[in-house]
Design a protein around this ligand. Structure first.
Ligand code: TXA
Ligand code: MG
Length: 347
């Protein structure tokens, strides 16, 4: 056990002295959790293999799941990669800083401990003042997976991080709740048609505006083999079994009400993940609205915290509404499929 310091920082203008302390921990090989625009990350020096080992140990992360390297300045990129493809330059111009992770061929500087033995490295520049200041002050790129115990919902606030990692890491920088709430989009540019390895904060539609056609890795479908090592694991799993209900809104509500009635008759505690448009239509269960269907960012920023809330409420079964896969909805549905272990009911 280590003592985990929790330090509140101003998320727009982080205090210099606090960032300095956190950066010093990173430089000395320690671990600091920090906010990004997507989710909280668990940071360590990306160039230090021992720091990478500590990250895997603290999260209980499978050894073959590579880490994303975070930078604060384009100049850092050149040292970390063999070459910067033209298409990457276009994307960096448009989406960095922001929730887009690009896969590059790695240079010698990046240890295999960070990339889980791969010759490629995933890199992103987050758009969050605390993350950027921390990387700048540390003077090294920061490797950071989401700051949760492997397999659990990703952390969207410092309390989520503390719930999972207090006693295992040196510091948590508390910058309040994140904006996007689902992780960055991971993009592979090695094929003729770029491939989304993980849908995320930058949408497929946005990428296609810059690149033309972009594919979603067919390996993300249940039972297939994903191209990205981390995508094969069950993720974001709440404690209770979860059923995701997809279909017209009317059918979703009808079926969820019927299921809830049946489960409650069996004496079970039921959690319902609804939306602003439907919450008043439920007559049973513990109802939480994820957000407004016409403003999907309100939903993406809430799904992980609702799953954690249902854990704390100790519900026996979760019934969740599906939403449209347009825009960020694609990333939301990818996370909900996984949280449900692909237990999907089409109605
Ligand atoms: O938004 C985010 O990306 C957050 C914040 C903290 O930046 N980080 C994050 O990291 O989600 P993590 O470790 O939870 O997910 C990293 C994903 C995994 O699915 C992993 O397999 C993939 O990125 N990845 C990393 N390096 C890769 C590589 N060289 N090739 C293919 N996939 C890679
Ligand atoms: Mg993760």
């Amino acid at each position: 056990m280590v003592e985990t310091k929790i330090i509140t920082v101003d998320k727009n203008r982080p205090e210099k002295d606090k960032i300095k302390k956190a950066a010093e921990i990173i430089r000395k090989g320690g671990l600091v959790a920090f906010p990004t625009e997507t989710v909280y990350g668990l940071g360590g020096n990306a160039l230090d293999e021992d720091a990478a080992k500590k990250i895997y140990a603290a999260k209980g992360r499978p050894q073959d799941n590579p880490l994303i390297v975070h930078i604060s300045d384009i100049l850092q990129l050149e040292k970390l990669v063999k070459e910067i493809p033209e298409r990457a330059k276009l994307l960096m111009d448009k989406f960095w800083p922001g929730p887009l992770t690009i896969i590059f061929n790695k240079s010698e500087v990046v240890p295999f401990g960070t990339t889980a033995g791969l010759d490629t490295v995933a890199i992103r520049m987050p758009s969050h003042a605390v993350a950027l200041e921390l990387i700048k002050e540390a003077g090294v790129p920061i490797a950071a997976p989401s700051a949760n115990i492997s397999g659990k919902p990703s952390p969207v606030c410092a309390e989520d991080v503390a719930e999972d990692l207090a006693g295992r890491i040196d510091m948590i920088l508390d910058g309040g709740k994140v904006m996007v709430g689902v992780e960055s989009t991971v993009l592979d540019l090695s094929e003729k048609v770029p491939i989304i390895l993980r849908p995320g904060g930058v949408t497929r539609e946005q990428l296609e505006e810059v690149l033309g056609r972009v594919e979603l890795d067919p390996g993300l479908a249940p039972g297939e083999k994903p191209r990205s090592p981390g995508q094969k694991y069950r993720h974001y799993a709440p404690k209770a079994p979860m059923t995701l209900v997809e279909g017209s809104i009317d059918n979703q509500v009808k079926v969820i009400n019927e299921l809830a009635e049946k489960l409650e008759a069996e004496g079970l505690k039921v959690g319902i993940m609804a939306t602003a448009q439907t919450r008043h239509l439920y007559t049973r269960g513990h109802i939480i609205s994820a957000g407004d269907r016409t403003a999907p960012l309100t939903i993406s920023s809430n799904i992980f915290s609702i799953l954690r809330k249902f854990d704390r409420m100790e519900v026996d079964q979760i019934l969740a509404e599906g939403i449209s896969k347009e825009g960020i909805g694609l990333a939301v549905m990818n996370r909900l499929y996984k949280a449900a272990g692909y237990n999907v009911l089409k109605v």
